[in-house]
Structure formats: structure tokens, C-alpha cells
Ligand binder design. Structure first.
Ligand code: HAM
Length: 417
């Protein structure tokens, strides 16, 4: 039986890779312009990082992690998200002792045991940003502004930015109590998952996708009415900063996010055109995560942007990513001596920066020209044993069906022309 890829994973084949390279390049250039430094962390971490960082009551930790014991008996987990790993690396590197803020960017694969559907996979990839070391709402506006510009630069205009504040532990204690009071008379109507959330994490009930729970949650109290003075002021500052940047947003008190580490700012960029999994980018502030995973008291803010969802969004918006240039040249050879010389010539052309190929199938002339058409090359460099003796090659300009004879030493200049 043939072996196929695991459900919820994807092969990114060569005919699609140009899209990934384009987006990765764009993200890198923009991150450079904003002063974010790239960081790469391991694909797996000790499980404790996520149970402490992401939070034991979250769906991610309770149901979605790929966790296993390694041969040394340690519990290991494939990264379900990027922030906890980046925070761990920041602490381990003692980067907090440097001049702050610390601004990291990353591209990472993430693993979550979720039921696959359009826009939701078990292995997916994220672009991410994190700013550590500042409580200023300028930093929150900066990461939001980055995402906003990234989408706009790509030509995406139909995303909605929704912002909220999930407050601090003081605001949330009061708010959770208010939520329990609100949902208590309807406890029996809640879905099984939300019954479990009722005591431990009632804020997640407002985020439940079940239609009945959604209906119940419609008139639930809003977190914004429970913010303490500091959190309320921070939310006002954020809105002011976004207004100054002329970034449109909608205040949506139902944005609670699926990870426990958030404090104050929470935001999502949502599309209505790509199906149920419409959140393309999500993030917010996490002022205690670093402490939670064993570091000093350093605040942070950032986002994760799902690359597969971004590609769906671009397709839905009819935005085409430019394809990469095809090969420049095929060296077409006839005869054994010419083959050997052709391979050397090909290497020299590549050294000079040309995209050059030699037919490794050793086809006949006709076959090699057919192959040149298939590759879409601009020219074929034809060398037979005769040409070899004379020290020349024929350059065939494929589009113009024009041919010209050049001396070996003049090939590169001719191709450059
Ligand atoms: P998240 O909301 O869990 O946040 O994920 C961020 C983005 O990853 C989502 O908006 C979505 O585009 C994409 N994503 C999530 N799950 C899947 C999936 N199963 N399949 C495909 N795409 C998916 C975080 O991961 C936080 N670490 C973001 C953050 C960074 N907050 C602060 N800093």
C-alpha cells in the first residue's frame, strides 16, 4: 500500500513554493524595516513550557498538543504556537539584561491536534512578532500596525480588525464572577465543553462556536465594564494610537483568545470570505508570561499570522503572487565530448549568476529542444562536437526563433546582452 501524508498536513510542492517564498521574503523585509530580529527556536520543547505558558485550562493544552515521552523519559511537546518558545529563549539568553525593548520575529511550524477543515490543519505555519520589555501601548499599536500594513501591502482590504481588552487578573476575577452569575441559570443549556469551562474558564464560553451557546452569550456582561482603571486607561491609549495611525478597528468584547497568557490588549484580523476559520492573525499583550515560565517580570506583546489562511485569503481576494523567473538557459549538447564540455559550461554560467540547466536525461536534439520549451528558457546554447572543435556555440533565442554563433569566451557577454 502506498503511504500518504498524515491527515491535516500538507506538502508544499514546487509549483506552489513561489507563493511561500514571496510571502516569507515580504515578511522578512518588513520585519527588518521595523527593527525586528529573526529568532529560530526548536520544533519541540519540554511540555511544561506550554502547560505553564499557554495555560492548563486551554483547549490547546488539554486536547490539542502532540505530546510524547522521549527515550530519556522526558515529556516533550511539538510547538503548538510560537510565543512560549520565544519567551523561553529570551529568558535563557538573558536578553532582558540588554537595552530594551527586545523585538523578535519568526516563521515557525506549529502542531495542534484539531479536526482538519478548510483553513485548519494539524501542521500549519505562522509568521510571528513579539516585543518584550515595554508596557507602552505604543508597542501594541506597533504590532497591530505591522499586520495592518502587511495585509494592505499585499492588496488585502476586506479584513476586519477587532480589538478588545481582556484586562488583568484583578479585572478578570470580577468579570468571571459576573459571567458565572449570568450563565448559572442557563447552565444545563450549555454544551458539554462549556459546562467544563463554567468554573475554570468561563470567559471561553463567550467564544464558543456552538449556535446555542452563541445565542446565550449574546447578552452576557462585557469585560469592558469590568476593567480596572489602569487597564481601562491602557485600552484608551491603544485606541488613540490606532486612531493616530488611521487604522480602522471594531471594539469587540467577545474577543477572548484561546490562550491563557493574555492581559489587556487582545486583537484579531478576521475575514468573512474564507469560511469558518476566518481569523488570519491573532495576538495581544501578555504581561506575566515571562514570569510564568521562570523569567523576570517583563511584559510582552505580539501576534501570530497563519500563512495557510493568508494564502486562502489572497486567493479569495483574487490577488496573484508573481511567479518566479524560469530558467535562463538550457545547454543543448550533441556527442559525448560536447556533453562533458556542456556540463562544465553550465557550471560556469551558474557561477556567473545565470539559471542554467543541462539535460540529465541525455535526450536527442529534438527531445532537448522540447525540454527547453517545457522549462520556458530564454535561450538554448547548442554545442556539438563540431562546435567544440571550432570553440563556438550556437545561441538560439527561443522566443524569436533567432540563432547566433558566438565564441566560447564571448558566451557570457552575449547572454548578458
Ligand atoms: P493563535 O490565535 O492561536 O495565536 O494563532 C495565530 C494564528 O495562527 C491564527 O490567527 C491562525 O491564522 C493560525 N492558526 C491557528 N491554528 C491554526 C490551525 N489549526 N490551522 C491553520 N492555521 C492556524 C497564537 O498562536 C499566539 N502565539 C499569537 C501571539 C503571538 N500572541 C502574542 N504573540
Amino acid at each position: 500500500m502506498t503511504i500518504i501524508k498524515p491527515k491535516g498536513t500538507q506538502d508544499i510542492m514546487p509549483d506552489q513554493i513561489y507563493k511561500w517564498r514571496f510571502l516569507e521574503g515580504k515578511f522578512r523585509v518588513m520585519a527588518d524595516n521595523y527593527g525586528f530580529k529573526e529568532i529560530r527556536t526548536p520544533v519541540f520543547e519540554y511540555t511544561e513550557l506550554f502547560s505553564r505558558g499557554v495555560g492548563n485550562t486551554t483547549d490547546i493544552v488539554q486536547k490539542e498538543m502532540y505530546t510524547f515521552e522521549d527515550n530519556g523519559g522526558r515529556s516533550i511537546t511539538l510547538k503548538p504556537e510560537g510565543t512560549a518558545s520565544v519567551a523561553r529563549a529570551f529568558i535563557e539568553d538573558k536578553a532582558y539584561a540588554d537595552v530594551q525593548p527586545t523585538k523578535y520575529c519568526y516563521t515557525t511550524a506549529c502542531y495542534r491536534y484539531e479536526k482538519p477543515q478548510k483553513g485548519r490543519y494539524k501542521e500549519f505555519r505562522q509568521f510571528g512578532l513579539e516585543i518584550f520589555g515595554t508596557k507602552s501601548m505604543l508597542a501594541d499599536a506597533e504590532v497591530i500596525s505591522f499586520a495592518d500594513s502587511f495585509f494592505k501591502d499585499l492588496g488585502v482590504n476586506d479584513l476586519e480588525l477587532r480589538i478588545n481588552s481582556v484586562g488583568c487578573s484583578k479585572c478578570r476575577d470580577k468579570y468571571r464572577e459576573a459571567l458565572r452569575d449570568y450563565f448559572r441559570p442557563h447552565y444545563e443549556e450549555l454544551c458539554e465543553t462549556c459546562k467544563n469551562r463554567f468554573e475554570k474558564n468561563p470567559m471561553r464560553i463567550i467564544d464558543c462556536k456552538s449556535p446555542a451557546d452563541k445565542e446565550l452569550a449574546k447578552d452576557a456582561p462585557s469585560i469592558l465594564d469590568y476593567l480596572c482603571e489602569e487597564c481601562s486607561q491602557a485600552f484608551d491609549d491603544l485606541k488613540k494610537n490606532l486612531d493616530a495611525l488611521e487604522i480602522d478597528y471594531l471594539v469587540d468584547p467577545t474577543i477572548v483568545r484561546g490562550l491563557d497568557y493574555y492581559t489587556k490588549t487582545a486583537f484579531e484580523f478576521v475575514s468573512s470570505g474564507i469560511g469558518a476559520q476566518g481569523t488570519v492573525c491573532g495576538g495581544g499583550r501578555y504581561d506575566h508570561l515571562i514570569e510564568e515560565v521562570g523569567g523576570p517580570d517583563v511584559p510582552g506583546v505580539g501576534f501570530g499570522l497563519g500563512i495557510e489562511r493568508l494564502l486562502l485569503l489572497l486567493e479569495d481576494n483574487g490577488i496573484e503572487i508573481p511567479e518566479e523567473a524560469p530558467m535562463d538557459c538550457l545547454v543543448v549538447v550533441m556527442g559525448d565530448r560536447a556533453k562533458a564540455y556542456g556540463q562544465k559550461l553550465c557550471r560556469d554560467l551558474r557561477k556567473e549568476g545565470f539559471k542554467a540547466e543541462l539535460d540529465l536525461m541525455e535526450r536527442n536534439m529534438k527531445g532537448q529542444f522540447k525540454y527547453a520549451d517545457r522549462l520556458g528558457v530564454k535561450y538554448a546554447l547548442v554545442i556539438g562536437d563540431d562546435e567544440l572543435d571550432k570553440g563556438v556555440a550556437q545561441i538560439r533565442y527561443m522566443e524569436e526563433s533567432k540563432q547566433e554563433e558566438v565564441k566560447f569566451e564571448g558566451i557570457i557577454d552575449a547572454l548578458r546582452r
